[in-house]
Design a protein around this ligand. Sequence first.
Ligand code: H79
Length: 480
Amino acid sequence: MADSIMKTPLLIVGLSLLILSSGCISKPTATPSGGHGQPSKVEPGLPAETPAAHDARMEWWREARFGMFIHWGLYAIPAGEWKGKTDHAEWIRESAQIPLAEYDQFLGQFNPVKFNPDTWARLARRAGMKYLVITSKHHDGFALWDSKVSDFDVMATPFQRDILKELSAACRKEDVRFCTYHSIMDWHHPDYLPRRNWEKATRSTDGADFDRFRGYLKSQLQEIVSGYNPGVLWFDGEWEDTWTHAMGQDLDDYVRGLNKNIIINNRVDKGRHGMAGQTKEGGFRGDFGTPEQEIPDQGIPGVDWESCMTMNRHWGWNAADTQWKSTEDLVRKLIDIASKGGNFLLNIGPRPDGTFPDQAIERLEGIGHWMDKNSDSIYGTQASPVGKPAWGRCTQKQRSNGQTRLFFHVFDWPTDGKLVVTGVTGKPLKATLLDGGKKLKFAENASGVTIDVPGKPGNLLATVITLDLAKPAPADRNRN
Ligand code: H79
């Protein structure tokens, strides 16, 4: 939703975060069972998962580091504008207080004739994205697939094409892992409670049954999991009081029962720490934390997390939004996130004709251009062992020969041709420019390593320099 709409609640959340922020994040333990990037307490339901099984299930996701979010639905039609106000998006039914009968009329207008799933999947792959998460259903309740349990779906529109079916097939072809976002909050289903404050007088709750809604949610998820095999189920809209911890556990069990390899975000349960997104302690479900529109200042060792972010100021298509982040900013955000051990889920809000905004395509191509030469410094990497250097960021990889490779992402190129790295432990063996492989001279000194670099950066977005370190144990013991 637009930044401006949530100012008051965000202020309250911000204040409570300040109070709650220290020491509330689960750390990995050696005990078995599911949960949030690390095993957690014993829960009702499914048998416990061993740490090794958990690592195996998370492997592709940890390796991937970069994915595409897609927010698409009926709300793309008004393009963020309602009665002269242009700051709406996927929340428009709520933020513009559109009565249900009026919102339903978008059904007749949804006809994205230029939708080409192959183009979308190819744009994701070419940008270097390894997975794609599309809104199967956002808060408005509209289903992008042929749902047998709902008439509020794409088959009730002139388009009559199953978008999830086509996009999941296209993703398979392009080797992009297909995933789905599914909102728990539902402003359309008669059994969902509560009603919006402003519609309480006009939309009766007579006969509404939240348990029946939970059955509906499960039926839809069963259709999605069995029909399109998403690698991740990305829940949202879990914060209303009607959704409880017990319901979160139950839904997590249900979905994992449908596919034991599926990865589920922490918004299935009630453990999310506001927009900072990490999971509070206390046995809450979810395989990863979900910071929204922010990047945690420091990485959290041993905890899986993914920052989701918009390219401009809205998730859904907003024709008036011109505040696009630059390609440089986006590449550096990806690097920053990788250097802290997280994933980056970067959003696109397609237009109602089925095309991506031109500005989004331009940025995807720019990121892809950088990734073509430098993706080795992102995929399968781990958080920086040297913190945040003054000139940029660092990621690392363990190599099959036992050495460690550090990747230095230089944002501010040294004017004296010397890249100074402090805090490196281990014997440096070899330094290169990642793009092209040119060897660089280096010298060890008391504070670390100084690498001789060319006078100008090879890439203005970020130039990557590698430094290989000898196998830790014997080499380190021989030093001094
Ligand atoms: O789908 C996109 C947005 O529509 C949806 N999440 C992304 C991925 C979203 N953005 N903002 N919101 C939902 C509004 C949520 C606001 C809050 Fe709360 C609910 C603020 C206070 C209650 C959740 C719980 C966030 C902080 C605490």
